[in-house]
Design a protein around this ligand. Structure first.
Ligand code: C2E
Ligand code: CA
Ligand code: CA
Length: 589
């Protein structure tokens, strides 16, 4: 349709241009007819005065032949153009009579007949000029009208269709294909209007999350995940008094009245509706959590409000419930930003320090290894424990730079030798965060660093937290398999804090299991905790995995470990983490 319109538009435009060209042609016809009229009069006058006007006569001859020839050759003839041709032919006939009369006058005949013929010629020529004018006027008006109509009409159609298709494109741009409702762009547009039209702080921008959605997707398949999202969208649409839209994957953006109690009610209702949805096979396990941002400044873009609500949701890491974006949170974010931004300079200035905590054989009391832990002596922020910066580095993805830096520094600090006469390299455990292990090229970079320092593989133990194995399990296992084949020891850190699947132990390429210090906190004396610990240690022994218990603070802790057969102890009972010099002095001196 649009193509046809464009063709017609082009035809119209071509007609318009050709009618403008034709008007020039008409002007030249009228002009030439006028020359014939005037030239004839001039020639007759000269002949009557006894002057031969052959040149003028030839010009008139030529013009008449040309005018008549052109008229005959015209493709489109109308009654107006027929009249022009007839008139021109009458003029030519009369011109022939005049030429005969001129011959007679030249041979001495009286000039009366010539004068008479010239008068008649004038009238005929004048009529022909007028006929040409009439024809020019009517034809060019018609051509102009037709072509202008075509151009205007088709332009109007093209513009309307274009507007229509833009509208359609805009609709697609603002629609989420899965739910059929708004997407984030659509939400931001509508919410901005609502927020601008109301007094500040009237609304809350809320970002939602399905707890363990990844687990649902992985266990029940993508289709089940999609089904859940569509269902949840329907529930939000029914329950929310404002706007709702799917923001991305399992997250929705809501705009609701700034009424925390009402939001609580809404969240409870959504959880209840989800649990009641019998067609979803995983209903019993479902719940959502929320990040909320009070829209107190209309100058802040809605996209940024949504992103702040998402931020507080993730940082809040609440299993259930609503986390609000508060002033305190904003301050925490900006200090986190300061920490993250300071990392590159800190690496350059070597502000990160290596602290070592001994690991002691429970039976012999001998040093068997050490865990390397990071401290940051910052020029701007002072001395910091890992809890002040590691989580921020992990969130920003920069943690891998620190992990590789620590590996490199441990390699540089070598050789650390076992005390006494046993000799050999003292194994040092280094912590690697989940984002580091999942990074492309992790194994290659790891091996390159160790090899460039000519270190024996037994010198390094790789500590990875239990949680790292839960996502992209295959990638992590693959990396660990390679490192293990290269002779490095792999330890699973913080066992007992996460999913703690004993079954998982069987499949993982680990040689060391580190029991989380939480096992030795309050209540460790209970039979229940002790029997769990004992079972884990027994199972590990059965699988040939060495056990290290963290957080050993008292002789009683040590006694318990001895009783259940745990191999190694690490904790304040022996030593807090200390710097390299102190470590060497105390243990290797
Ligand atoms: P982690 O790997 O579980 O390290 C053990 C933590 O327990 C250390 O905390 C250590 O000081 C503490 N600890 C040791 N013995 C005891 C005890 O008897 N009682 C108590 N209450 N605590 C004890 P630290 O040094 O503050 O490190 C905290 C966490 O930061 C580490 O936990 C580790 O996850 C992380 N971290 C430290 N350095 C690095 C690093 O270079 N890279 C990465 N990725 N993470 C690191
Ligand atoms: Ca560790
Ligand atoms: Ca640990």
């Amino acid at each position: 349709m649009t193509a046809a319109c464009v063709v017609v538009w082009v035809i119209g435009a071509a007609l318009l241009i050709s009618s403008l060209a034709q008007m020039q042609n008409y002007a030249s016809i009228i002009n030439n007819a006028g020359v014939v009229r005037g030239g004839t009069q001039m020639a007759v006058k000269l002949e009557m005065a006894g002057v031969h006007a052959d040149a003028i006569a030839e010009r008139v001859d030529g013009l008449l032949v040309q005018l008549i020839g052109n008229e005959r050759a015209r493709l489109f003839k109308t009654s107006a153009s027929d009249a022009v041709l007839d008139d021109l032919q009458a003029v030519q006939d009369k011109w022939r009579v005049i030429r005969d009369e001129v011959e007679d006058v030249r041979s001495g005949a009286p000039s009366g007949a010539l004068l008479q013929a010239s008068q008649e010629h004038w009238e005929l020529a004048d009529k022909a000029v007028k006929a040409a004018e009439v024809r020019a006027n009517s034809e060019s008006r018609l051509m102009l009208f037709v072509s202008a109509f075509l151009v205007l009409f088709t332009t109007a159609i093209i513009v309307l269709r274009e507007r229509d298709s833009m509208k359609r494109q805009r609709r697609i741009f603002y629609t989420d294909p899965l739910t059929g409702g708004s997407n984030l762009e659509g939400f931001c547009r509508q919410a901005a209007k609502e927020i601008a039209a109301a007094p500040p702080s009237t609304y809350l921008v809320v970002y939602t999350n399905i707890v363990h959605f990844r687990f649902i997707n992985d266990s029940f398949g993508r289709t089940a995940g999609d089904e859940l999202i569509v269902r949840l969208y329907e529930i939000y649409r029914e329950s929310c008094d404002g706007l709702c839209a799917r923001a991305d994957s399992d997250h929705f953006a809501l705009l609701t009245k700034n009424d925390p109690a009402a939001l609580e009610t809404l969240c409870a209702k959504v959880d209840a509706d989800l649990r009641a949805a019998e067609d979803l096979h995983f209903t019993g396990t479902l719940s959502c959590n929320y990040g909320a941002y009070v829209a107190d400044d209309p100058n802040v873009g809605v996209a940024s409000m949504v992103s702040d609500a998402a931020h507080v949701l993730k940082a809040g890491a609440k299993e259930r419930g609503i986390a609000y974006y508060t002033e305190a949170f904003r301050a925490k974010l900006s200090s986190e930003m300061e920490i993250v931004q300071g990392m590159a300079d800190a690496l350059e200035r070597e502000e990160f320090q290596l602290y070592f905590q001994p690991q002691i054989d429970v039976r012999t009391g001998m040093l068997t290894g050490a865990e390397c832990l990071c401290r940051w002596q910052s020029r701007e922020l002072g001395f910091m424990q890992p809890s002040a910066f590691i989580p921020a580095f992990e969130r920003s993805g920069l943690i891998s730079e620190l992990d590789f830096y620590m590996l490199e520094r441990v390699c540089r600090a070598y050789p650390l030798l076992l005390p006494g006469d046993r000799g050999g390299a003292l194994p040092v455990s280094i912590n690697f965060s989940r984002p580091t292990v999942l990074q492309d090229g992790f194994v290659e970079r790891f091996l390159e660093i160790v090899r460039s320092h000519d270190l024996p593989s037994e010198a390094i133990e790789v500590e990875i937290t239990e949680g790292a194995f839960m996502v992209d399990e295959a990638v992590v296992i693959n990396a660990m398999d390679t490192l293990r084949a290269e002779g490095f020891r792999i330890a699973m850190d913080d066992f007992g804090t996460g999913f703690s699947s004993l079954n998982l132990l069987r499949r993982l390429p680990i040689q060391v299991l580190k029991l989380d210090k939480e096992f030795l906190r309050e209540g460790y004396e209970t039979d229940r905790t002790q029997s769990i610990l004992s079972d884990i240690v027994g199972m590990a022994q059965h699988l040939g995995i060495r056990t290290v218990c963290e957080g050993v603070e008292t002789p009683e802790h040590l006694e318990l470990l001895r009783r259940i057969g745990c191999d190694t102890a690490q904790g304040f009972y022996y030593s807090r983490p200390v710097d390299l010099e102190s470590f060497k002095r105390t243990y290797l001196g």
